[in-house]
Unconditional design. Structure first.
Lengths: 309, 452
C-alpha cells in the first residue's frame, strides 16, 4: 500500500488587503457609473437652475437693466429701495393672504369632495375628469372665461346681477383673482386626496365600521391620519406656489387697481419688463425664493422626523 | 460685489447669451439668392396681418431684388425683443414701444446708428421734426416712429344729438355733456385699462397737457422744473377729480378695454370715449359700413382745462418705433425696409384697410381723406389735423413715448391717486426720485420744445 498523499485543494482565499482593494475597485466602478448616469440630469440642473440662480442672486446687487452686459455694483440699494416701497409691503401681504386662502378654501373643498367621491365607485372617474378640466386648461383660457362670463359688467354675471365687478375694487380684486385660481386648483386637490384616501388599508376602515364609527368618525380617525403625508406635501407645495403666484393675477388685474392685487410676482415683472430695472426684479425674486426655501426646509425636516418616528 | 464679481456676472450673462443665441435659430438666412430680413411685430388680428402681408411684405419684396421680408406676429413682442437684444440676437428691424424704449437699447449699443441712413434717404427733410428728434440719442438717430398718435375725444354723433348737445369745444361743455349722459343712465365716457394697465398713462398725459401745459412738461423733462411743481400737482389733482366723478368709464374703468369701450360707444351707451387715435383700429369692429354707422364716429381734440394754454392742442405720441439691430448682418436691408415704411405710398395703402396705426409722421402727410372709405376717412383726417397742430407747436407729451421707462412705469401708478390709496404729494415725490435717477443715467429721450 502506498501511501498516497493527496493534497487537499488549497483555498486561495485572498488576503484581507487584496479583498479590500477589490471591493474598493468595485465601489469606484459603481460610483463612476452612478456619476455618469446622474451627470446629464445634474448638468441640465446646473445649466438651467444653478447658473441662472447664481446670476440672479448676483444681479440683485447691481443696477443691471436687463439689456447688455454692463452692470454696476450697488450693494444693498435694491433691497433697501424695495423694502422702503409701500407697494412691496402690499405685495408681500397679498402673498400671505393668497397663502391663507389656498391653504384653507381649496383644501377644504378638495377634501370634502374626495371624501364624497370615495363612496361613488361607479361615477367617481367621471367626476374626477370633470373637476380636473379647469386644471388642464391654460390659465389664459380660464382667465378669459371668467373675464367674459363672470366679471363682465356688460353681459356677464356681475352685470346681470347689477353688482360691481370685484376686479375693479381695490380691496376685492385680490380675492376675485384668487377665486379664479382656486376654481382651477381645487379639482386637482380632489384627485390627489382621493387617490391618497383610496390607499387607506381597507381592514382599518372595516374595523372602524365594525366598532360603530360613523362616516365622519371614519374620515376623521382613519382616512385623515392615513393621508397626512399627502396633506403635508400639498400644503408645502401650496406655500411655495403661493409665493410664486403670478399668472392669474397678471391675466386678470395686472396687480391693480392701485396695486390692490399686487403680488411679488407681478411686482418683479413690472421692474423687469416695463422699467428696465432687472436688478430690482432679481432682488424681489430672491425674496420670493426665500419663502419657498423656508417651506422646503420645513417639509424636509418634517419628513425626516416622520421617518425617524 | 468686487470688480471680479461684476466680471463673473458679465461672463455668466455672456454664457447665457451664447445659450440663448443657440436657441434662437438665427435671424437672417439666404433664400434663393435673396437675404431674409426679420421683423417681429405684435399679434395683430388676421385681417391686419393680411394687410401687412400685402402692403408691407409683398410691396417691399417687389420693390427691390436683394431681400425678402419676413414678419413674425407675437403679442409678447416687447419681451421677446428685450431678451433677444440682450443676447445680441433678434430681428433685423427692431419694433419697440416708442423712443424711450429705443433709447434704453441704444445706450447699451443694441441698436445701430441710423444717422447715415437718414442722410442717404433724406429722412430729416421728410419726417416731422419732433418725431425725428424723439428718436435721437446724443445727436444720433436710433429710431423712427411708425405712426404719429394723438390723445383726444372720440364721440358718437347720434348720442350727442339724443342728449341735445354739440361736440364740446370747452371743458365746461364736455363735463356738462357727461353729466347729462350720466343722468340719462349712460356711462359719462367709456374707457378702461382691463388687460393693459399702462392705459393709465394716456389719461395722466392728457391732464398734464391740458392742465399743466406742454411747456411745463417739457421743462420737467429737461430737469429745469421739478415734477412736484404746483402746475403738475394741479394736473394730478384734476385727473383724480375727473376719475372720482366717474368721467373715466364710470365705475367700470378696470373692467373695460378699448375694444369693449368702442362697442359700448357704438351701442349708444355713452357719448364719449377718450383715447389715442390708434383706437380707430379698435373702432372698426363696431363702427363700419356693414353696420351702417361709420359716419356716427367723430374725433375732436380734448379741450384745455387751464385757460390760456394754446388751443387746440394735442398730446403727442407714437404708436411704436422702428430701429435697426446693431448685430444684424443686413443693416442696409433693415434701413431700406424702414425707408419703405416712411413713404406716402405705404401710408396710403396701409390706411385703406387698417385705420389707426399707420399715420406715418411725414411733414407732408398728403393723404386725401375724401379718397378713403369707412373709418379710414376719419382717421386720415385726424392725422392731418394732428400734423397741423404739431406744426404750430401746440402739443404735450404722451408718457409712454417720451418719458424714460421707469418714470413712465411710475406714472402708470396714477390710479393709486385716483382711488385714494396714495396722496398726490407721495405720488409726485416718487416720480421726481425715479426721474432724477433716470436723468442721471442719460435715459431721457430728447423731446421737441412745444410752443406753450
Amino acid at each position: 500500500m502506498t501511501a498516497t498523499a493527496t493534497l487537499a485543494p488549497v483555498r486561495t482565499d485572498p488576503t484581507p488587503a487584496a479583498d479590500h482593494r477589490a471591493r474598493r475597485a468595485h465601489q469606484r466602478r459603481r460610483s463612476l457609473v452612478n456619476h455618469l448616469l446622474v451627470a446629464p440630469a445634474l448638468l441640465l440642473s446646473v445649466l438651467v437652475v444653478v447658473v441662472p440662480g447664481v446670476l440672479t442672486a448676483m444681479a440683485a446687487f447691481t443696477d443691471w437693466t436687463g439689456v447688455g452686459f454692463h452692470a454696476d455694483y450697488v450693494g444693498l440699494r435694491n433691497f433697501r429701495d424695495i423694502l422702503a416701497d409701500p407697494v412691496f409691503a402690499t405685495a408681500l401681504g397679498n402673498n400671505v393672504t393668497w397663502l391663507a386662502l389656498f391653504l384653507t378654501a381649496p383644501a377644504a373643498v378638495g377634501l370634502l369632495t374626495a371624501a364624497l367621491l370615495l363612496h361613488r365607485r361607479r361615477t367617481r372617474t367621471f367626476y374626477q375628469v370633470l373637476f380636473l378640466m379647469p386644471y388642464v386648461l391654460a390659465p389664459v383660457v380660464n382667465a378669459m372665461v371668467w373675464l367674459s362670463i363672470i366679471y363682465n359688467p356688460n353681459g356677464g354675471v356681475t352685470g346681470a346681477l347689477h353688482i360691481s365687478s370685484p376686479l375693479a375694487d381695490v380691496h376685492g380684486a385680490l380675492y376675485a383673482a384668487a377665486a379664479v385660481d382656486m376654481w382651477h386648483y381645487w379639482g386637482f386637490l380632489t384627485v390627489v386626496y382621493l387617490g391618497a384616501m383610496r390607499q387607506t388599508p381597507l381592514e382599518q376602515v372595516e374595523a372602524a365600521v365594525v366598532d360603530g364609527a360613523g362616516t365622519w368618525q371614519v374620515f376623521r380617525h382613519v382616512h385623515l391620519p392615513s393621508i397626512r403625508p399627502t396633506l403635508l406635501l400639498m400644503g408645502v407645495m401650496t406655500v411655495i406656489f403661493s409665493f410664486l403666484a403670478f399668472d392669474y393675477v397678471y391675466l386678470l388685474t395686472q396687480g391693480g387697481p392701485a396695486h390692490g392685487s399686487e403680488v411679488m410676482g407681478t411686482y418683479a415683472y413690472a421692474f423687469a419688463f416695463s422699467a428696465f430695472q432687472f436688478g430690482k426684479a432679481a432682488a424681489v425674486g430672491i425674496i420670493m425664493s426665500f419663502f419657498g426655501l423656508i417651506a422646503s426646509c420645513v417639509y424636509t425636516w418634517m419628513s425626516r422626523r416622520q421617518l425617524a418616528s | 460685489m468686487s470688480r471680479s464679481g461684476i466680471r463673473v456676472l458679465g461672463a455668466g450673462l455672456a454664457a447665457m447669451a451664447v445659450v440663448l443665441s443657440a436657441c434662437s435659430g438665427g435671424s437672417s438666412s439666404a433664400s434663393g439668392g435673396r437675404q431674409t430680413l426679420q421683423l417681429w411685430f405684435w399679434g395683430a388680428s388676421p385681417q391686419q396681418q393680411k394687410t401687412m402681408k400685402e402692403v408691407l411684405v409683398d410691396g417691399f419684396d417687389k420693390s427691390q431684388s436683394k431681400y425678402d421680408l419676413k414678419v413674425t406676429f407675437n403679442n409678447a413682442v416687447d419681451k421677446n425683443v428685450q431678451v433677444a437684444l440682450s443676447a445680441n440676437e433678434g430681428p433685423d428691424i427692431v419694433y419697440g414701444s416708442g423712443p424711450a424704449f429705443s433709447a434704453a437699447y441704444a445706450v447699451q449699443n443694441k441698436l445701430a446708428d441710423m444717422t447715415p441712413y437718414a442722410k442717404k434717404y433724406g429722412w430729416k427733410d421728410r419726417i416731422l421734426a419732433p418725431m425725428y428728434e424723439s428718436g435721437t440719442v446724443h445727436g444720433k438717430l436710433y429710431s423712427l416712429p411708425n405712426s404719429i398718435n394723438n390723445l383726444g375725444v372720440f364721440y358718437n354723433k347720434k348720442v350727442l344729438a339724443e342728449l341735445g348737445v354739440g361736440v364740446p369745444a370747452t371743458y365746461a361743455e364736455l363735463t356738462a355733456a357727461m353729466d347729462k349722459a350720466a343722468k340719462a343712465g349712460m356711462y359719462p365716457s367709456v374707457t378702461g385699462n382691463k388687460g393693459w394697465k399702462p392705459v393709465n398713462q394716456n389719461y395722466i398725459s392728457m391732464f398734464l397737457t391740458h392742465v399743466a401745459g406742454g411747456k411745463t412738461v417739457y421743462d420737467a423733462l429737461q430737469g429745469t422744473t421739478k415734477w412736484t411743481d404746483p402746475k403738475i400737482v394741479k394736473a394730478v389733482d384734476d385727473s383724480a377729480a375727473f376719475y372720482k366723478k366717474g368721467y373715466l368709464g364710470g365705475k367700470d374703468y378696470a373692467n373695460l378695454n378699448f375694444q369693449e369701450s368702442m362697442q359700448l360707444l357704438a351701442q349708444g351707451k355713452s357719448p364719449f370715449f377718450f383715447g389715442p387715435t390708434l383706437a380707430f383700429q379698435f373702432a372698426s369692429d363696431s363702427f363700419n359700413d356693414a353696420a351702417g354707422n361709420t359716419s356716427d364716429l367723430g374725433f375732436a381734440p380734448f379741450p384745455n382745462i387751464t385757460p390760456g394754454l394754446p388751443s387746440p392742442s394735442g398730446t403727442l405720441g407714437t404708436t411704436a418705433s422702428l430701429s435697426v439691430n446693431a448685430h444684424s448682418a443686413h443693416k442696409d436691408g433693415a434701413a431700406e425696409v424702414i425707408d419703405y415704411m416712411m413713404s406716402d405710398t405705404f401710408a396710403q395703402r396701409m390706411n385703406k384697410t387698417w385705420p389707426g396705426y399707420w399715420g406715418v409722421p411725414l411733414k407732408n402727410f398728403d393723404l386725401d381723406p375724401a379718397s378713403y372709405t369707412g373709418l379710414s376717412k376719419a382717421y386720415v383726417q385726424s392725422v392731418k389735423d394732428t400734423v397741423a397742430t404739431v406744426g404750430k407747436g401746440n402739443y404735450g407729451f404722451f408718457a409712454g413715448t417720451f418719458f424714460p421707462p421707469a418714470t413712465a412705469t411710475a406714472f402708470t401708478d396714477i390710479d393709486g391717486v385716483w382711488l385714494g390709496t396714495e396722496s398726490t404729494t407721495d405720488f409726485l415725490d416718487k416720480i421726481q426720485t425715479t426721474f432724477a435717477a433716470e436723468k442721471a443715467k442719460d435715459l431721457v429721450p430728447p423731446v421737441p420744445e412745444p410752443a406753450g
